[in-house]
Design a protein around this ligand. Sequence first.
Ligand code: GLC
Length: 579
Amino acid sequence: MTAWTKVFLLIGLGLLAVDAAAPWWKTASFYQIYPRSFKDTDGDGVGDLNGVTEKLEYLKEIGVTATWLSPFLKSPMADFGYDISDFKEVDPLFGTMEDFEKMVSRAKELDVKIILDFVPNHSSDDCDWFLRSAAGEEQYKDYYIWHPGFVDDDGNRRPPTNWVSVFRGSAWEWHEGRQEYYLHQFHKKQPDFNFRNPVVREEMNNVLRFWLEKGVDGFRVDAIYHAFEIEADENGNYPDEPRNDWTDDPDEYGYTHKIYTVDQPETPHLVYEWRQILEQFQADNGGDERILMVETWSPIEIVMDYYGNSTADGAQIPFNFQLISNLHYDSDAYHYEYLINNWLNLMPEGKSANWVIGNHDKNRVGSRFGADRVDLFNILLLTLPGCSITYNGEELGMLDGYVSWEDTVDPQACNGYEANYMDNSRDPARTPMHWSDEKMAGFTTGKSTWLPVASDFTQRNVKTERGVSLSHLNVFKRLQALRQEPSIEEGSAEIKAVSNYVLAVKRHLSGNYVYISLFNIFDSIENVNLSNVFDDLPAKFQYALVTEKSIKKVGDQLSTSSVTLMPHESIVLRSTVTV
Ligand code: GLC
């Protein structure tokens, strides 16, 4: 039998179809859950894993393929779970390992994939590894970055360098016990691991293996660009970072230009190593591809390195923060067009795009861009090629909740001053999820919540929005249905600014309908001749998705040469014929 005969035979038997199918994550709709604020089942005012399990059906209802859960592992909660004291234990605040297992098994029944937040850059200072390292135990002494600092002419001890922590102040903390400084790029209760120590790398590899065994489908890798710092010189010293001139405050993160503490050349290789672990696990255990989503706020060229290089695969999803980082309230359609196409153009051959506009570290989309643009961003994220990542509550158009200085708990804000705490606080985007218009928004049966419930919960909540035909929630659900259309799922994409005001995204797969999403970014009425924007369009289209701004209905037909958009209106059109 020739090789080709074998191939035809296999196709005939339907066996090649599985191999040929695109991996699940490529066009997945990801949903980030911030477990503290998602659903509380034990009445303590903090969300828990049983709450996530209870709401998995909701994820199914809104068409989610996979959910990335912010950390729920053992932690003293100095950074609300991003300070882990045991990388293999569930924190009792969130439940037990049994609860986790129940959640995974229910998710499997519903076919919702579970992605764990993997926080490799640092542990908690309560972590056993840190305690042993601080005690100078031989095996652990180099698990973290330690340095005695220097004694100046006046006999005062000063830190090894001018490096600043993301949460303000020196990135070095003096440890009385060990009589040395340790490095912490975030909170002083989050000491940085020493990734130049192969034992630490193996510990972290084992953390990945542990959770893979427990059935997770992949990892969101936290703050990866901080993993390495420049290597110490022959005397064990580190260089100062150059100053930035925009602030004189040595405690402000922007005080130094980050050339030694982030984006070191070794870092993407760490991710390549982890990808190997995932591949090996899959080779040994089968099942769907396990994935890595990496968080790096690096220049775009560096982000691209995380996809892999000519010899190694990296993360399937290096988060695309281009829209989050660069778009602002006044950005025009050319700016949107540039940012989207720039990612697509710079992406290495054969890789897949991802789109994200909100998360637990950023103000809510509707608060940054205006409540009138909530649908715009949901439609954009879900009709661009690749996968989308939605932060919980964005499907409802939740806005920032008001959190007074007294109620503020985020260390990024608490380490600063009352005068500008709102600029730094991440609490407003973390207020409890709105499930209903009942007491405490249906989030808890308890009397109080860890952050206040936002005051607008009676209008913006799951229960109410289910019943309003063009609510943000129903627009989101409709979008998920459209994503199953071959042109949107696997078709080509053309992204064009029609004018300063209107952005257009065309999706098409030969032999199928042409889909065009249109976004009127500002508050004027706009008329568009689509034939001037894209070549070879059929003469007629119909509305495939409208929003509450629309005066048309789904199914209404229109001429390609004249599409009218109301202020802030976003729509999806479908050609009336396949081409
Ligand atoms: C990431 C997380 C953020 C956390 C930080 C330190 O940026 O998204 O919430 O504070 O890492 O772990």
